[in-house]
Design a protein around this ligand. Structure first.
Ligand SMILES: Cc1ncc(COP(=O)(O)O)c(C=O)c1O
Length: 413
């Protein structure tokens, strides 16, 4: 029998009056775009006839983001999903069709982008401590047709290991990092997003940094950078950064108007100056808010009953924005009690963690892989049924976190 445990030694007294109210009023995200950010936009809008479409602020945000991540180039787009799409489209353009190794726990756009670009996703189960792809399973899935490993750092936990990096480098297989849920997380001395051929970030409202909607493709590879710049904007040659590359097209296509040379059949996934101003404003406090969120996560995990809930996540280098709550063992009845009680307490949550759980259970993949594919990915399936996340934001009070842990620990029988 699991012994009920009270909140750990770290616990602080509950504020007077709070013990009477069961309501914690805990949305998935709160106050992620502050007065200061909005004021920065308002100041910009007060100019006469301000430029609103992609211009200098987008450039400035891209440069500042590159410096912060530790890469040479960044391309700002209108969502993390668009970042996924452009990265896969550029990969296909530069490396040709083939297989892309992907996780079972990730967002739909990671897989959709592979499919949309005519490539074949090859699925891998997770490592239960990182929630990212099991690195050894990735290596087992590599074939001569592998064009990339597209790895997701789930809920702020680093999924990279040195052996994987060494093997990919030796076999010359590009690594793509999805860092949409892990801004600022690190592996060894580097920020995640600086290790592969390219990386993708999302700035959706619920993430570490928000531009309302938004995303970024980062890379050190100039060919990929220039390709993504064109893909972002109708495939147009005038979007190229390099004068000489642009001139080459002008020379090769003298019958075309230099302003309208479409090198690739592409998209329009640009963002705007307003979104970039929000990003620049938020970036100033990102390191500080990451520190606060990580402290919140530690408090949460240190006060959960480790006999009931998984608490041994790979915390090193982590940059969390949502608490991971995963039952240690399958237990339908406990999961039901957890969900009912969270709802009663006004705590918003998302089942299955990133992307709603095991992707191969989703209709769009059952059509391709059949109804039983989930059987090959038992760890992702455990998270699918017995895992969830709860919002973690800088303004969460310590007392509320401790009350939540106490309430959760009390549900075990
Ligand atoms: C891992 C991951 N990749 C990609 C995305 C897509 O980002 P967006 O919502 O900005 O399109 C998300 C969304 O939250 C995500 O969690």
């Amino acid at each position: 029998m699991i012994v009920k445990r009270r909140v750990g030694q770290d616990s602080a007294p509950v504020r007077p009056g709070q013990e009477q109210s069961p309501v914690l009023r805990w949305p998935l995200m709160e106050n992620n775009i502050t007065r200061e950010d909005l004021d920065a936009v308002i100041r910009y809008l007060q100019q006469d006839d301000p430029i609103l479409t992609q211009s200098k602020n987008v450039r400035d945000f891209e440069r500042a983001w590159s410096d912060w991540v530790g890469v040479r180039h960044s391309v700002f787009v209108n969502s993390g999903s668009s970042a996924n799409l452009l990265t896969m489209a550029a990969l296909r353009e530069l490396h040709g069709p083939g297989e892309v190794i992907v996780p079972t726990i990730t967002w739909v756009s990671d897989i959709a982008s592979v499919l949309h670009c005519g490539m074949t996703p090859v699925f891998v189960d997770i490592d239960r401590r990182t929630l990212g792809m099991d690195n050894e399973h990735v290596l087992e899935k590599i074939t001569p047709r592998t064009r990339a490993v597209f790895l997701t750092h789930v809920l702020g936990y680093n999924a990279l290991g040195q052996r994987l990096l060494d093997e990919l480098q030796e076999r010359r297989i590009p690594l793509i990092e999805d860092v949409c849920e892990a801004h600022g997380a690190t592996f060894q001395a580097g920020r995640l997003g600086s290790f592969g051929l390219a990386s993708n970030f999302s700035f959706y409202y619920a993430h570490h940094l928000s531009t309302i909607e938004g995303g970024m493709v980062c890379t050190n590879d100039v060919d990929l950078y220039e390709t993504v710049r064109m893909l972002r904007s109708h495939g147009m040659v005038r979007e190229l950064d390099s004068d000489s590359r642009r001139r080459e097209y002008w020379d090769d296509y003298p019958d075309l108007n230099p302003d309208f040379i479409f090198a690739l059949p592409a998209y329009n996934v640009r963002s705007t100056e307003i979104n970039a101003i929000l990003g620049l404003s938020q970036l100033k406090r990102l390191d500080e808010t990451i520190g606060r969120r990580n402290a919140n996560l530690l408090l949460f995990l240190n006060n959960l009953n480790p006999d009931v809930f998984q608490t041994d996540f790979a915390f090193e280098g982590c940059s969390n924005y949502a608490f991971t709550l995963i039952l240690k063992e399958p237990d339908e009845s406990l999961m039901r009690r957890v969900m009912t009680t969270l709802r009663q307490f006004g705590v918003e949550f998302r089942r299955g963690t990133s992307g709603g759980g095991n992707q191969v259970r989703q209709p769009y993949l059952r059509r391709l892989l059949g109804d039983d594919a989930w059987r090959s990915f038992p760890r992702a399936d455990h998270v699918h049924f017995y895992g969830m996340y709860i919002g973690n934001y800088p303004t969460l009070e310590r007392d509320r976190i401790l009350r939540l842990c106490e309430m959760l620990n009390g549900l075990a029988e």
